[in-house]
Ligand binder design. Structure first.
Ligand code: PLP
Length: 401
């Protein structure tokens, strides 16, 4: 027995290679343990320290930490005064949370079809839909582009349409922390009002559950801080009259308990030290996939030369005309070979809940074509070359045998 071999951890016993996985170091664990031994498990110093670390990294003035990206999307919509009678538009190829946030506020949701190359919201389709909506007097109040897989959307194009038609922009950057657009960090809100991050374990850095809303607008930041904690203020300047005494607080808005704990923030702060390393490892893995899959009848993910993707996901599309099996068959064969492939995403409006709102099959044809061909291959910093080779070999077998 080679005594220099590291002992096998629990991770090695898991047979299935997952599509995404967190990377937790001993330092990360120590940071969380330190919080557990401290005075504050929540509402202590770790949350503002984590917020500062992300606002410094992204170059945005304000960061508001919450318990999930879903909560961040909700309070971002509320801060932008989304309510009954308002319209919000997003992309159909996203997680349901990017659309649900509008419904939480009593607004209506609609979808803009995707670009066939980037799989992000198509700025061409957006522009056409806005022109039509302007004629009908039904312009959106907020548009929510999603940086799918971490690849930045055409934010300059979306921003210029927002100026022309007067809507606000929330970037759902749940996949994109650590990425760059036109050589500036995603999350700096140069082309948007608010940017959202997610810290779910499959995302780029994790706090177990957690999210963050970035903005350069002090009023929006204040509103979101209020909404994440019941709408309660302890700031005398915000109260309707002088405090009754030192115990006093006022509820001045209808908020929620969307707070992040100090244990989560400490984990996130510790993970921030490895953010650049995580994203660069993802790029190394993607380049290796690109190279070793080049001869197969599939489309590997196009990368925008003006952007740097966070590479949360590596999505391939099957060229079904050149393959003798169905999309589903290939997917099932990969799962049977213990490759934890996934599909990001089912077009949101094809969900029964959304069909109940009146959406029908065929609404966004490009999104539906994507859905019929896409497969997310395993992509996470800890994916070894050996495991990646198994993924590649299994895919090759499934497609060609
Ligand atoms: C993960 C994800 C969310 C929701 O994130 P949570 O932190 O789990 O609430 C929202 N939008 C997109 C695009 C996501 O991938």
């Amino acid at each position: 027995m080679d005594l220099h071999q590291p002992r096998k951890g629990r991770q090695d016993l898991i047979v299935m290679i997952p599509y995404g996985r967190q990377d937790i170091s001993e330092e990360d664990i120590q940071q969380v343990v330190d919080v557990l031994r401290s005075d504050y498990l929540t509402q202590g110093p770790a949350v503002p320290a984590f917020e500062k670390s992300i606002s410094d990294y992204c170059g945005a003035q304000h960061a508001v930490a919450v318990n999930s990206a879903t909560s961040a999307l909700h309070i971002a919509c509320l801060a932008l005064d989304v309510g009954a009678g308002d319209l919000v538009w997003t992309t159909p190829i996203t997680f349901v949370a990017s659309a649900n946030c509008a419904l939480y506020c009593g607004a209506e949701i609609d979808f803009v079809d995707i670009d066939p190359q980037t799989y992000n919201m198509s700025v061409e389709r957006l522009s056409e839909k806005l022109a039509q909506a302007s004629l009908n007097g039904k312009l959106p109040k907020v548009v929510i582009p999603v940086h799918l897989c971490g690849q930045p959307c055409d934010m300059a194009g979306i921003h210029s349409l927002s100026q022309q038609y007067g809507f606000k922009v929330i970037e759902d950057a749940s996949h994109a922390i650590g990425g760059r657009y036109r050589d500036q960090p995603i999350g700096n809100c140069r082309y948007s009002d608010i940017t959202i991050f997610s810290f779910h374990p499959v995302k780029i850095i994790t706090t177990a559950e957690g999210g963050m809303a970035m903005t350069n607008d002090a009023q929006l930041a204040k509103r979101m801080q209020l909404l994440r904690s019941h709408g309660i203020t302890r700031d005398a300047g915000e109260m309707t009259h002088d405090p009754d005494g030192p115990w006093y607080y006022q509820q001045i808005d209808l908020g929620y308990n969307y707070r992040m704990t100090d244990m989560q923030a400490a984990l996130g702060l510790s993970q921030m030290h490895r953010l650049d390393e995580f994203v660069s490892k993802r790029h190394t893995i993607a380049k290796r996939y690109d190279r070793l899959l080049a001869d197969l009848p599939i489309t590997t993910p196009w990368q925008d030369p003006h952007g740097y993707s966070g590479l949360h996901l590596y999505v391939i599309r099957l060229t079904l005309a050149q393959i003798s099996k169905s999309h589903r068959q290939i997917f099932e064969e990969l799962r049977a070979s213990d490759i934890g492939v996934n599909l990001h995403y089912i077009p949101v409006y094809r969900q029964p809940y959304y069909e109940g709102l009146g959406f029908k099959a065929g609404y966004c044809p490009e999104a539906e074509r994507y859905y019929a061909e896409a497969i997310s291959l395993p992509m996470y910093p800890g994916l070894t070359e050996e495991k990646q080779d198994k993924v590649i070999e299994s895919l090759r077998q499934a497609i060609t045998k």
